[in-house]
Design a protein around this ligand. Structure first.
Ligand SMILES: *Cc1c(COP(=O)(O)O)cnc(C)c1O
Length: 379
């Protein structure tokens, strides 16, 4: 089945009680049992909820996986993956990670004895060189946030399989419409559903998708034992968002391409980070593993004084100054003071994230209006 069709039908089963085409919001904490231990597969809503179940099935379908699990946020989903490990275990991860992921790893899990090796995963050799007998997981983001670096997912999963190591891909930036890491050998796919899956900037949620039944059992056990489950209303919103994922991702990608090229031709703009440029170092890999290049773009101004960056960021009228991404409306963000402020400055600079970098989440408005807005703001 083609992905445009999949997103519309994924997890859809008319409600058995009424035939309601959309799975209702089962706002309940418990379920009445016919006799002690005799129930309809639903006992207590931390463990099972029909709205959540429909969404988990939908997530599995759209990521070409067998099992989905959803969590109260993207970082709660990341947290669940970390709970698979024990002190002394090593995790190799991309050195250009979402700030909240880095914070969770470095400020929480290092205290529990997990060890993290941050490497540039765009060159798979760095991953090979970092594997030790204690390595248990390779964690990658591609494209990365905010520098749009690309990692070859297949190359990494090939290395991992030889070493008997798991691979988790944070697929938030691409969305399941543009990229499906399980097809390329990944063991777990993670999403911040807050972003493109929800798509309307009205919900916080995370998800994991996998193929292995044993891994699913372990992660389901963590989900119900640790309890970071989303409420049924939030599950309903993401299920609804998924229905239009294909349409939205096409619009985000089309606008993204137009704006990336326009920015690159602007005399006041210095470097533009977007994997759809043929001279982007990850272009070939991105073209092979993604359906299109999405709506995330970062850029630097030639005049990189903080005042100039602030002037531009505060001058846009359609692009709202806000963290987050992936909603229908366009957002502008300053990683150094906003989304990535939790990464120490030396660490950011070392990884190529300058204070002058501006990140755009290009929405689905008309591209000409968005370009006119950026044009008046950059001046
Ligand atoms: C936002 C984000 C997360 C964290 O998700 P939350 O829903 O905010 O907890 C993880 N990874 C990436 C790439 C993100 O953009």
């Amino acid at each position: 089945m083609k992905s445009n069709t999949k997103v519309v039908h994924a997890g859809m089963h008319p409600d058995p009680a009424t035939g309601a085409i959309m799975t209702p919001i089962y706002q309940t904490s418990t379920y009445v049992q016919e006799a002690p231990g005799v129930n309809k597969g639903f006992e207590y809503a931390r463990s099972q909820n029909p709205t959540r179940k429909a969404l988990e099935e939908a997530m599995a379908v759209i990521e070409n996986g067998k099992y989905g699990l959803v969590f109260g946020s993207g970082v709660a989903a990341t947290d669940a993956v970390m709970r698979l490990f024990k002190p002394g275990d090593e995790i190799i991860c991309s050195n250009d990670l979402y700030g909240g992921t880095y914070r969770l790893f470095s400020k929480i899990y290092e205290n529990f004895g997990l060890r993290f090796a941050y490497v540039n995963t765009s060159d798979p050799k760095n991953v090979t060189d970092s594997i030790t007998e204690n390595t248990k997981l390779i964690w990658i983001e591609t494209p990365t946030n905010p520098l749009m670096n690309i990692t070859d997912i297949k190359a990494i999963t090939d290395i991992a399989k030889k070493a008997g190591v798991l691979v988790c891909v944070d697929n938030t930036f691409a969305s399941p419409y543009l990229q499906n890491p399980l097809d390329l050998g990944a063991d777990i796919v993670l999403h911040s559903a807050t972003k493109y899956l929800g798509g309307h900037s009205d919900v916080i949620q995370g998800s994991l998708v996998m193929n292995d039944a044993v891994l699913r059992e372990k992660l389901y056990f963590i989900q119900k034992s640790c309890g970071a489950v989303p409420g049924p209303m939030d599950c309903f919103l993401v299920l609804r968002g998924i229905r239009t994922l294909a349409l939205r991702m096409k619009a985000h990608s089309e606008n993204g391409a137009k704006i990336a090229h326009w920015l690159r031709s602007h005399p006041k703009v210095d470097k533009v980070y977007w994997p759809g440029f043929e001279d982007h170092p990850g272009y070939k890999v991105a073209k092979a593993q993604m359906k299109d290049f999405g709506g995330m773009i970062s850029f630097e101004l030639k005049n990189d004084s903080v005042d100039e960056v602030k002037r531009v960021m505060m001058g846009t009228k359609l692009f709202s100054l806000a963290e987050s991404l992936g909603g229908v409306e366009s957002l502008i963000n300053h990683p150094a003071t906003m989304t990535h402020a939790s990464i120490p400055r030396e660490e950011r600079i070392k990884n190529g994230l300058r204070d002058s970098l501006i990140r755009l989440s290009v929405g689905i408005e008309d591209a000409d209006d968005l370009i006119a807005d950026l044009n008046q703001a950059i001046g």
